[in-house]
Write a protein of this length. Structure first.
Length: 385
């Protein structure tokens, strides 16, 4: 839409206006003539009521251009309002010629910007806050706590058990339904001051403000029980939902937001390893949380390597201790994992990490898979048995 224009005299009374201004204000030019600007143009901001007269007065007395900010709206005669950018410019060097008010409808632009901001901070499927919004809020709470007076807050991370099985068995659409239903149930169970977010995939986070840790435990257990009763109807079957929940105190000594979330991920992992459908707590110093974070990072990297086949076979010779043994040469195959950094994880570290996370069977299958690819032997006197 082109700009609306309203001309006023030296006393701030309307002299003329174009058709766009008529549409924006709801007044015909014949009705508006000789009326105070404020009676025709209802400009409002978050701080003030109708500011049209003050804008005109400043423009005419100071003989300077006056502009609005992003909070200004124009309320039309019938109550409809527009997002408005305005500028008012004096006519003539002495202001005797009056001034011209330019009105530009920016409603669509502001709505698009608002939608973009919302999208950047929310999950499209569940309409909840996303990981970035959640971590930013958690960081702000931790920073506030570190400045002086500490208030008790709780943190929960809820991870749907066997979510991969749900997707594989019933399809992604069924998995999305489970996510939506669970988000609706969780929203009904938390307070207005708390923050609920979908962190990623099958994980949700809840920041419980002004909540002692004992109460956080009770809330987490109540949520677990509520989730246990949740079923999602899908065609001719019902999908049962279970969840593993990790909880922690929100305290500066427990590390920053990234370390705290990593530690809670470790608690969720322990809950899953114990059979799922249970609550596990994280209580410890920042050093302990950092160790948990390293363990969890290593576990995730092993899972990724298993999925993308980032394992390699190394062949090393076995040399006899005694000299009077067979002249046959023997070699040992060693499975090594290439990390995302490009470095190779030592076999001992790989075994310790996989054993700690019950991944040895998967590692054995990977060893067999890589070995049986039967690459061209580097040495003609070696064979795989």
């Amino acid at each position: 839409m082109p700009d609306g224009l309203v001309r006023v005299d030296a006393k701030g009374r309307v002299e003329d206006m174009n058709e766009i201004a008529e549409v924006l204000t709801g007044f015909k030019v014949t009705e508006a003539r000789h009326q105070p600007l404020q009676a025709i143009v209802n400009l409002q901001s978050a701080r003030d009521g109708n500011l049209a007269n003050s804008v005109a007065r400043l423009c005419l007395s100071l003989r300077t251009v006056q502009r609005g900010d992003e909070s200004v709206i124009l309320r039309r005669r019938d109550g409809v309002h527009y997002g408005i950018d305005y500028s008012m410019s004096p006519l003539g060097s002495d202001g005797a010629g009056g001034a011209v008010l330019l009105l530009r409808d920016v409603t669509a632009r502001r709505q698009a910007a608002k939608a973009a901001r919302w999208t950047a901070g929310h999950d499209e499927l569940t309409k909840l806050a996303n990981h970035a919004t959640f971590e930013a809020r958690l960081s702000a709470v931790l920073e506030q706590e570190s400045t002086g007076i500490q208030t008790q807050h709780g943190l929960c991370v809820i991870e749907i058990d066997q979510f991969g099985f749900i997707n594989e068995t019933y399809g992604v659409a069924a998995g999305n339904l489970v996510l939506q239903r669970l988000s609706e149930e969780l929203q009904r169970k938390i307070r207005g001051v708390d923050l609920l977010a979908r962190l990623d995939g099958n994980r949700f986070g809840i920041l419980l403000l002004h909540c002692p840790f004992d109460k956080t435990k009770l809330i987490a257990e109540t949520l677990r029980q509520e989730i246990e009763t949740l079923t999602c109807a899908w065609h001719d079957t019902e999908i049962k939902v279970r969840a593993s929940i990790g909880i922690a105190e929100v305290l500066p000594r427990n590390g920053n937001s990234t370390e705290l979330l990593a530690a809670i991920d470790q608690a969720c992992l322990k809950a899953r390893q114990a059979g799922g459908n249970r609550v596990k707590s994280v209580i410890g110093s920042s050093q302990e949380l950092a160790r948990n974070s390293h363990v969890l990072t290593q576990f995730k990297e092993i899972q990724t390597a298993l999925y993308y086949d980032r394992f390699e076979l190394y062949c090393q010779s076995l040399l006899p201790i005694a000299s009077d043994v067979s002249s046959l040469n023997y070699c040992e195959l060693v499975l090594r994992m290439r990390c995302e950094s490009g470095e190779m994880l030592a076999p001992r570290e790989l075994l310790i990490a996989t054993a700690g996370h019950h991944l040895l069977p998967e590692l054995d299958r990977c060893m067999s898979k890589v070995s049986l690819k039967k690459p061209k032997p580097a040495r003609p006197d070696c064979a795989l048995k």
